[in-house]
Design a protein. Structure first.
Ligand code: ADP
Ligand code: MG
Length: 696
């Protein structure tokens, strides 16, 4: 291992490099642009571009790319080399300010949900100077936002940057009222914990479902799953360890603060967590983490599965989004403070989060919805589809005492006056942490635990930033015009608690009682992507996004379309894949097996009718019955795929895929899983769960 502090960030055009390589004035101008989120003037951009190019070439780069995040949820890049011809037939290496700040990928094939056809055919990419450029695979990568010519966002980064501006603006209004005039910028910070599976590459290549869908579409349960709980935090096996070491090193070079790694609950499952950073950079880094996991696994003859549910019967993978709000002066606004005054401020921000989560449960649910995550939510391994907030007993008691005007400490019986009473210190210990809550307060941040492992963290954080900005905006409106600041502050906190306490739940979110209880409380339980997505275009949500300039109405509708389309496509591909594997893989194996069995029976009978063939005959019977079932289920699934085309709207098509195609797939699967346990090993054409899960 090389010297870590020396390799850390050595492939990043970061502040240190900028300071070394840019003229002082240019460096200052660039820093100002970053701090104030202004456009960079072209003269400055030209100097920055040249410095960047020289640095990149010294590091072995030959190409550059605008690195962006279209609505596919993964990253996109189109590489251009630095070469430029000169008169004498030679080339020089060039990279201009114009090329740095703006690119025009021919982007007509990315999802746009109809935006590009109604507006402009092509999109452009624009440099995001708040996220450093870096070198990956001999290419200088410039993080960019991706928009249409008429300015509509076509990516995941643009709304995230807009939501950061919204929460910056509204938080600063509040902080100003509290007298923090020195705060120039408020950001949200995120540390996403990434779960993934590692399996052997050779076996992976024998499973078309893993190749096309990222998950197994069938597979009987192996004799051993995760019941012994012997994988979680177990010592890391040598092949996995070698992979992790290389992954850490490559991430460090890219300035990613990879920190914690361990085995997870399911066999073959692992987790990597970085140290938190600004949400925009955290989102970029999480994309890099996912990408490098895949490429480095490949080098080790492994495959990294990022799907939310690669295997039925064992845990799936998620991404815990640890989220907080911070000032540029280093204050975590979700950290209870030392003084009564700080605590009043903390309680106000806390109230804003509680109000926001209650009022926009639907948006939070949608922000983590995809076909893969539908397998996890509510399946006793991940939080249910019902959103609620965990505060812990101590904080809940404080909140209740505020609501009811009673003393916090029952012995003291003193009233807890906001802004006058010091809050007790909340122990930040992890022992009694509630692991079942979808949205848990963990001492100085919230942990949103519903995210799927494969998706960008952008959507969830756009929603979090925006809904909290909205709550803060309403509070600021009241406080700015209040005569008696302290009375108004108390009123706001009290009212928010009274009105939104239904969202607080400290019990077991996996239990059946909670499902019933939450229904009584009137909380939403949107069980699938298809049930959730229609809420995206409600008037309430359109108003929210428009007010804070996150999405225009056209952008909202385009995203609604893309979410439904993506759902339909995913299920469609899965259905075609399971049919193909069944028809061309499983059926021939059944036929071979039956042929051999019948041959044996025939031969036995030929020798003597007295020889017992009970075993073979009963197997022939069982397998024949199951194949008849298989045949029926294939037909049913085939027909439903055809019928799906006849639905009259996008939403109804998505519903049909959920309610009919998906269910038919599950039914076909259960027959296949049953057959797998009856058919001889040498006949079965695909690696089993046992082989896949214990392959490394
Ligand atoms: P755990 O016990 O779950 O490991 P940690 O406190 O170690 O909890 O943090 C888990 C994740 O939360 C890490 O990625 C960490 O960097 C992140 N985190 C810690 N503090 C903050 C914060 N203020 N804002 C955002 N993320 C944070
Ligand atoms: Mg966690």
């Amino acid at each position: 291992m090389q010297d870590i502090p020396n390799i850390f960030g050595n492939m990043v055009f970061n502040d240190k490099v900028m300071k070394q390589r840019l003229p002082k004035e240019v460096y200052k101008a660039l820093k100002r642009t970053i701090a104030e989120q202004k456009h960079l003037n072209l003269d400055v951009a030209n100097i920055v571009a040249t410095a960047m190019k020289e640095w990149a070439i010294e590091k072995g780069a030959t190409h550059f790319t605008h690195w962006f995040q279209p609505l596919t949820g993964v990253t996109a890049e189109k590489h251009d080399s630095f070469i430029s011809p000169v008169d004498d037939g030679n080339v020089i290496m060039e990279f201009s300010g114009k090329e740095l700040v703006r690119g025009e990928p021919d982007a007509s094939s990315f999802p746009s949900g109809g935006i590009r056809s109604t507006f402009e055919a092509r999109g452009y990419t624009a440099w995001d100077p708040t996220s450093y450029a870096f070198i990956k695979d001999n290419t200088l990568c410039i993080p960019t936002a991706f928009c249409s010519y008429s300015g509509e966002a076509l990516d995941k980064k643009t709304p995230l940057l807009r939501s950061l501006q919204a929460i910056d603006k509204e938080s600063k209004r509040i902080l100003k009222i509290f007298g923090h005039d020195n705060v120039k910028r408020v950001i949200t910070t995120v540390g996403p914990e990434q779960e993934f599976f590692l399996i052997d590459k050779e076996l992976y290549q024998k499973r078309p479902d893993l190749i096309y869908c990222g998950r197994t579409l069938f597979g009987a349960r192996p004799p051993k799953g995760q019941e012994l709980e012997d994988h979680y935090f177990a010592s890391i096996k040598p092949r996995v360890s070698a992979f992790m070491k290389e992954l850490d090193e490559e991430l460090w070079k890219l300035g990613v603060l990879a920190k914690t790694k361990h085995n997870e609950v399911a066999p073959a499952q692992h987790e990597l967590a970085p140290i938190f950073t600004t949400v925009n950079i955290a989102a970029d880094h999480n994309q890099l983490i996912m990408e490098l996991m895949k490429t480095i696994a490949n080098k080790h003859d492994l495959v990294c599965l990022l799907h939310e549910k690669p295997f039925a019967g064992v845990n799936g993978s998620g991404k815990h989004n640890n989220w907080s709000i911070s000032t540029d002066t280093g204050i975590n606004l979700l950290e209870p403070g030392e003084t009564p005054y700080e605590n009043a401020q903390f309680l106000l921000f806390l109230s804003a989060v509680i109000k926001a989560v209650d009022e926009y449960q639907d948006l939070l649910r949608i922000s983590i919805a995809n076909a893969g995550n539908d397998h996890r939510l509510g399946a006793n391994e991940a939080p249910p589809a019902i959103i609620s907030v965990f505060l812990g007993d101590e904080l809940t008691a404080i909140i209740e005492s505020i609501e009811n005007d009673t003393g916090y400490n029952q012995k003291e019986k003193t009233q807890m006056e906001i802004g006058a009473t010091v809050l007790p210190h909340f122990p930040k210990d992890t022992t009694d942490r509630n692991r079942t809550s979808p949205f848990a307060f963990t001492g100085n941040k919230f942990e949103f635990r519903m995210l799927g492992s494969s998706s960008s963290i952008s959507d969830a954080n756009v929603v979090l930033n925006t809904i909290v900005a909205e709550a803060l905006s309403q509070f600021a409106d009241r406080l700015e015009s209040a005569g008696d600041f302290k009375a108004e502050l108390t009123a706001i906190i009290k009212e928010s608690i009274k009105k939104h306490k239904r969202i607080i739940f400290n019990g077991n979110n996996y239990s059946e009682e909670w499902v019933k209880e939450s229904e009584k409380r009137g909380l939403l339980n949107l069980k699938s992507t298809v049930e959730a997505v229609p809420y995206f275009i409600s008037e309430k949500n359109i108003n929210l996004f428009s007010k804070h300039n996150i999405f225009s109405e056209a952008e909202i509708h385009s995203r609604y379309h893309i979410m439904l389309e993506e759902y339909i496509k995913v299920i469609h591909i899965e259905a075609l894949t399971i049919l193909d594997m069944t028809k061309r893989g499983i059926i021939p194996s059944i036929v071979d097996y039956l042929k051999d069995l019948t041959e044996v029976v025939k031969n036995k009978k030929a020798i003597s009718s007295a020889i017992n063939s009970q075993l073979e005959e009963s197997l022939i019977n069982v397998v024949s019955d199951l194949s008849a079932c298989l045949y029926k289920n294939i037909e049913k699934l085939d027909n439903s795929i055809l019928e799906a085309k006849n639905q009259d709207s996008l939403l109804n098509t998505a519903k049909y895929y959920r309610e009919v195609v998906f269910i038919n797939m599950q039914e076909l699967r259960s027959v296949i899983d049953n057959l797998e346990t009856k058919i001889g090993k040498k006949y079965w054409p695909f690696p089993t769960y046992g082989e896949l899960l214990y392959s490394v």
